[in-house]
Design a protein around this ligand. Structure first.
Ligand code: SF4
Ligand SMILES: [Zn+2]
Ligand SMILES: [Zn+2]
Length: 310
């Protein structure tokens, strides 16, 4: 087998595409795929200020690398969630990545927010699962940073495997409102929101890992310790088996959903969004889920500890 572009000795084989690439052609292929997704889905305008959500993982760092390489005005945003060694290591890698390239980086440290909002603390105080607490906090701080920084777009590194797993979960539970809002580009439905885009949505985890490796990007390989046992991983495992038996299944599943399924769900729902009276972000009630969580934490912290029976 030879590189499909230049006929040199290949280093990467993509089963879903039945194609092999040499190192240089693979990197070029990956960049072209991102460019194509951005153009076809009208994700970015040339003058947009793009906030890239970076976790320290391969996907988000690969995305930042490609977007900056394509000439976009990018700033990274890292959320320090306070999840033990995992957060320490991922922050270190993100800061090193940005410093080595001279990229602008913003860090939101959960420990400094509202008297301390690290994921383990919030989960323990409110008896929520760490991922439920984390999800509410992440959404809020991403949106706030994008709004306060005057960015036009928030870009995330969700890849094909993430989108396929999320789609499978949404379908298994027939979450119509989630299906209506699962798209590679989400236009703002509130003045405090910016456009949200996922330029890697058709590139697999394997493809982004290969890109990061070939570009010499050092990324955090371990999953967040709270991810163990998450249903998302089960869905990825099932989809991985389908993909192994029939290459291209994941791409077909996601691509066709975005082409025909998602517009049908979107047409039947009109989510009404109000404004949180405390922080000004979108909200379905008087206060948004983040401000409700902050209020709950404040109450828990001031409430006298219950006496424990001996
Ligand atoms: S696995 Fe859960 S706690 Fe960890 S980053 Fe993801 S949502 Fe947050
Ligand atoms: Zn080649
Ligand atoms: Zn709020």
């Amino acid at each position: 087998m030879k590189c499909v572009r230049c006929k040199a000795k290949p280093e990467v084989y993509l089963r879903a595409h039945n194609a092999a690439f040499c190192r240089g052609c693979y990197l070029e292929y990956f960049r072209r795929q991102v460019e194509r997704a951005v153009r076809r889905q009208r994700m970015l305008a040339p003058t947009d200020r793009v906030l890239v959500a970076v976790s320290g993982g391969k996907d988000s760092l690969a995305l930042w690398d490609v977007l900056a390489g394509l000439g976009y005005d990018t700033t990274g945003l890292y959320l320090a969630q306070g999840i033990g060694e995992y957060s320490g290591r991922s922050r270190q890698l993100v800061e090193a990545f940005a410093a080595a390239r001279g990229f602008a980086l913003q860090v939101v440290d959960f420990a400094d927010e509202d008297g301390g909002m690290t994921v383990p603390d919030v989960a323990a105080l409110t008896r929520r699962s760490p991922c439920a607490a984390c999800g509410t906090l992440k959404r809020h701080y991403f949106d706030r940073a994008a709004r306060d920084g005057g960015f036009d777009v928030l870009a995330t590194g969700h890849n094909l495997d993430d989108e396929a797993a999320r789609l499978l979960g949404n379908v298994l539970h027939w979450q119509r409102d989630h299906l209506a809002r699962q798209r590679p580009v989400l236009e703002p439905n509130h003045p405090a929101f910016v456009r949200k885009v996922k330029p890697l949505y058709l590139l697999s985890e394997y493809e982004t890992a290969t890109y990061a490796f070939l570009r010499g990007i050092e990324y955090v390989v371990e999953e967040c310790p709270n991810a163990a046992g998450a249903t998302q991983l089960l869905y990825k495992d099932v989809l991985g088996r389908l993909e192994a038996a029939s290459p291209g299944t994941k791409a077909g599943f996601v691509r066709e959903f975005f082409r025909t399924g998602q517009p049908a769900f979107a047409a039947e729902t009109t989510p009404a969004t109000g404004t949180c009276e405390r922080c000004g972000m979108p909200s379905f009630g008087e206060v948004c889920s983040h401000c409700a969580l902050v209020g709950e934490i404040a109450r828990k912290r001031t409430e006298p500890r219950r006496a424990v029976a001996p």
